[in-house]
Write a protein that binds this ligand. Sequence first.
Ligand SMILES: Cc1ncc(COP(=O)(O)O)c(C=O)c1O
Length: 439
Amino acid sequence: MLTRPLIQTALPGPKAKAILERDRRQMSTSYVRPYALVPERGEGCWLYDVDGNSFLDLMAGIAVNTTGYAHPRVVKAVTEQAQKFAHVCFSDFTHDSAVTLAERLAAKLGGGYRVFFGNSGTEGIEAAIKLARYHTRRPYLISFAGSFHGRTLGSLSLTASNAKYRRGFGPLLPHVVHLPYPHPYRPPLGASPENVGQAVLDYLEHLFRTSLPADEVAAVFLEPIQGEGGYVVPPKGFVQGLRELTQRHGILLVADEVQSGVGRTGTFLAMEQEGVQADIVVLAKGLASGYPISAVLFREELSTWTPAAHGTTFGGNAVSVAAALATLDLLEEGVMDNARRVSEHLMRGLLELQKKHPRLGDVRGRGLMIGLDFVKDRETRNEDPALRDQVQQKAFEKGLLVLSAGPSTVRLAPPLILTLEEADIALDVLGEVLRAVGA
Ligand SMILES: Cc1ncc(COP(=O)(O)O)c(C=O)c1O
């Protein structure tokens, strides 16, 4: 194991530079290249670029590589399945391993859920939107400011983390209402950090009385921890309050656990820590350690749609399913326990750094879903996107991969196999970065 990232060339190195130049000429201009990383191979939590530089990866392909790069158990499962078959079109033809995966996922939620497999987070959210409308025959959908649910037109209609994702693509779905998210560090609605959860619930009841008929609302889409919006944890009691309110009005609660699910927060679902069961749960990103898959789990009694009402060609792909089964095995054999243990250690170190660096305004998160929010000063808590970008870039130059989220947050979403020693390396490098940028 490496004791430090090793950066041997000025970044980007010559090979990376040449590929980035081809990328710039050839690829869609919609891609983002936040820093000049061109990987060649990965192992565990380490990524090696085409110029031989090594990086400690605390972003895991945006919270995807649950068991790190090329975990031998995942590689074995994928290889063995690829030698049998990759695809039979699960929409029409079933196979054993996909049913097994569905059974295991449903059991993790305590049973009573059916499963629909897709390929990506956004496809899972589309399925949830369609199911919610189909089952309730109600038109309205509610999501939160700051939320990210995907980029296809249905999920994009719910997404509200950045206007640039939506600009130019309208008209989006009608009948979508965005609520303020109960952000404890920057509370909306003139609320305090203590009462912001209740303030948002009261605001929703106000909308029900004035403009939004509750009996026309199909579902509320909630990220139990906002991801793209800045790794924001809602205040205690909010999710329970929302569950109670939705139940009272016959509205479905959809937990978008695309980023927060599959052990990332130290429990299989982030919702478990709220003590709340959603009607529909969407998983994707981390489910198969890098292989494309999404799973929509929905309560048995919602399964009123008829054959062919919804489907997809690649969903339930046997290679992705094999990777997901291996990932679940590893989570159950100790990877999730590791996430909890390393999270505590990392959090302690980050809170120490926060004491020394006043512009690191907030350190928050659960498990290995941790956000560092950078501010102009502690008093106003005004966001400092430029400082955040500097932190991200400087970390990259020192061989530590982190990624922005929201207006002023750096997110840490490492593989859940990160060791305590690797967490210490990350803390060391982050300390150097914060000193270098004058945070
Ligand atoms: C919470 C959440 N939902 C949905 C999505 C969309 O997933 P995908 O990019 O796989 O379509 C994302 C992706 O970042 C996400 O974080």
